[in-house]
Ligand binder design. Structure first.
Ligand code: ZN
Length: 423
């Protein structure tokens, strides 16, 4: 059974990496040494994978305290680069990289292109931001390492993007999901389908619904779309990739340990249930992460993937733990509602959840969702009923579904507010 051997090997590799990371951080970082001393843990206390739970958590506030070089665990002469998140509130999160960190990141990213089925013949148009953030340079580094041709287009500029697709015959487009939709609409509007050679889209950095993916595939004619997770704290994009069979996101468990914890109790959730992603790096030198709370929610997909790859899988991101709300004693994430609505082609991707307290003292939930642009309002009542049933079955609570006209809900370029709690 080669799989069992692989799992044992992986566990061995993880333990070795964990021990190295804890020792390295304790010796190299004032911050980690202080945290470990406070928690009463020493590097020599880590001797089995279960000892991970003895280690203290690292949270976003810790990064702000250490600004501008938080978690730095090597001397400056070994640091070759920094990257920062495009954070909108407070200070940016800044991370240092050694040359080995950069090389490891490129290796991980090259693995993504390989998993997406690219060859060295592919031409990869990288339409994400270049600059201090990790996107552009990460996509490029991995692609060059893999050996395909890079077209470093940068974001926006649809005219130029379309021209590049046509002139350079790009086969792969890397972008955000929103940019993917804009490009797909442009391809359709300009009638470019027969003149371009685009077959794959690798997209990341925001959540996307199944409805949006379907629309992009329909309009652009690509054969595959691949969700790529990316977190500045954890190198950047490229730490995993959606499986070619689309059963989940394979993640590189030989570079980091992923725990899925209940955001309230910080205990592991039962396998397969939704919780917060907490990551511990195994090889990162300049700014290692030890039990870093990402606030992103997902679940482990417990079964072995049919694509044949034996690396573990997590689901797409279901939202942020900060967005969780409690309704009739059940923890609910907007992403769960989003996911259910995606199963109904008759409705669009915009929705709102409204929570009220009734005169009887009980809580009530109303979900407003938009009818598809070409949808027929006469079907609203039975459709609403079917969605209500699906919610009851999957989230185990009852809510009232109200179908509203297309464009009836407000849109924002960034993140839309989904939950309105009037209780
Ligand atoms: Zn797979």
């Amino acid at each position: 059974m080669p799989d069992i051997r692989f799992e044992e090997e992986l566990r061995g590799l993880q333990l070795e990496g964990l021990k190295w990371t804890v020792k390295h951080a304790y010796q190299g970082s004032h911050y980690y040494r202080m945290k470990f001393d406070e928690a009463g843990v020493k590097p020599q206390d880590i001797s089995s994978p279960d000892d991970l739970s003895k280690l203290p958590f690292t949270v976003a506030d810790d990064l702000r305290e250490g600004y501008p070089f938080p978690l730095r665990s090597v001397p400056f002469e070994r640091i070759v680069r920094i990257h920062a998140s495009s954070g909108t509130t407070g200070k940016r999160k800044v991370f240092c990289y050694t040359q080995k960190d950069i090389d490891d990141w490129a290796d991980m990213f090259a693995r993504c292109y390989e998993m997406a089925g690219l060859t060295q013949e592919d031409r990869v148009q990288i339409a994400v931001g270049y600059g201090v953030w990790t996107a552009g340079v990460g996509f490029q580094l991995g692609c060059e390492k893999f050996g395909a041709l890079v077209i470093p287009a940068g974001p926006g500029n649809l005219d130029m993007q379309c021209q590049f697709l046509e002139d350079f015959q790009s086969t792969v487009l890397c972008c955000t999901a929103s940019m993917g939709l804009l490009m797909a609409e442009e391809i359709e509007r300009r009638g470019l389908r027969d003149r371009i050679n685009l077959s794959k889209i690798i997209y990341g950095s925001e959540r996307s619904s199944d409805a949006m993916r379907k629309r992009i595939i329909e309009l652009s004619g690509v054969e595959g779309m691949f969700d790529i997770p990316g977190l500045t704290e954890l190198y950047g994009p490229g730490t995993g990739l959606e499986c070619p069979k689309h059963e989940g996101i394979h993640y590189w468990a030989d570079y980091y340990i992923l725990e899925i914890l209940d955001p309230e109790t910080l205990e592991p959730v039962p396998e397969g249930e939704t919780g917060e992603m907490v990551v511990t790096t195994l090889r990162k030198e300049a700014a290692p992460l030890i039990r870093y709370r990402t606030r992103d929610l997902t679940r482990i997909i417990p079964h072995r993937c049919s694509c044949g790859n034996i690396l573990p899988m997590h689901d797409r991101l279901l939202g942020r733990s900060d967005d969780m709300f409690i309704f009739r004693a059940v923890n609910i994430y907007p992403g769960q509602i989003d996911h259910i609505l995606s199963g109904f082609p008759e409705v669009g991707s915009e929705f709102q959840v409204i929570l009220d307290r009734g005169a009887d003292g009980r809580d009530y939930m109303t979900i407003k969702v938009e009818r598809r642009e070409e949808g027929d309002p006469s079907g609203d009542v039975p459709l609403g009923g079917r969605i209500e049933e699906a919610i009851k079955k999957q989230v185990l609570v009852s809510g009232k579904v109200e179908i509203v006209n297309y464009s009836g809900l407000p849109r924002s370029e960034r993140k839309s507010k989904r939950v309105f709690d009037n209780r």
